[in-house]
Design a protein around this ligand. Sequence first.
Ligand SMILES: Nc1nc2c(ncn2[C@@H]2O[C@H](COP(=O)(O)OP(=O)(O)OP(=O)(O)O)[C@@H](O)[C@H]2O)c(=O)[nH]1
Ligand SMILES: [Mg+2]
Length: 306
Amino acid sequence: MFGIKKNSSKNKESLEKTKSFWNNKFGNFFSKSEINDDFWYDFEEMLITSDIGVKTAFKVIEKIKELTKTNNIKTILEIKPVMRKVLSEMLTSEDILYKNLDQNKTILLVVGVNGAGKTTSIAKIANSYSKINKKVMLVAADTFRAGAIDQLKIWGERLSLPVIHNKPSSDPGAVVYDAINSAYSKNVDLLIVDTAGRLHTTHNLMEELRKIYNICNTNQSYTVKVILVLDSNTGQNGITQAENFKKVVKCDGVFLTKLDGTAKGGIAISISAELNIPILFVGTGEKIDDISIFDKDLFLSQILKD
Ligand SMILES: Nc1nc2c(ncn2[C@@H]2O[C@H](COP(=O)(O)OP(=O)(O)OP(=O)(O)O)[C@@H](O)[C@H]2O)c(=O)[nH]1
Ligand SMILES: [Mg+2]
């Protein structure tokens, strides 16, 4: 769909570690004999230790218990499909971005903590959309880290895409403002803004982000979408990061990176359940094509193998 594929073999491959983690954990669990207090206690504990976090684990158990009751379920074997149903309902993967890009001109503001994978993910998105003949432009609004502008310029050269930039340490808001004008005059479909990695706890940098966001919203011809980039290795800390970014900008979707290197893919469930932000893309490696649309059915079929 729209240049970025779902269900690619790379997507499946990237879930290997998470898959074996979940399957080792839950492999024999559903062969237990009786649904009793011990069963629920163990179930809860297994979920808590599966990187979905305490809050989400409680929610999942509560819902499974409820459905077990209303469907008059008597055997543990029947609980596995119920678990799948509950997790499926919790995982949101709305396709706002694709629909939006098809119909509107879009500014994609990409935010996240240091090293989450923002710049690499921008290159991946840019490449995917330029391949389907969308007019894409990049803007280097990370004027903070030495080398960040050059990193984006190199991607621009590789992908033959224009990169709007200024000098290091210059005002990132000003370069974004210039880029929007340039994009508008050149009829660009997708303007992607690379921002500096910032700790969600750093007040000044978060205020700077608020300012950039407001500038993005000044041109009525463009719809602004914010993508929060989260490294799947960060586990539950990713939730705290997201909560803080949400206070400053309206996060429309998550790009979950580095799924290939972690067993902590369970974080996808708590992102959806606790933050109510859809997961749009996943990063499945360091290369330009290592991007996939988040496919919740594939995700669940991997972590809950029958
Ligand atoms: N394995 C793997 N590595 C990734 C993925 N996405 C990004 N990386 C790597 O993560 C490292 C950091 O990526 P960047 O794109 O520079 O991260 P950033 O968020 O822009 O970093 P700052 O600008 O310093 O905040 C690089 O080595 C990337 O190659 C992914 O999906 N899988
Ligand atoms: Mg960067």
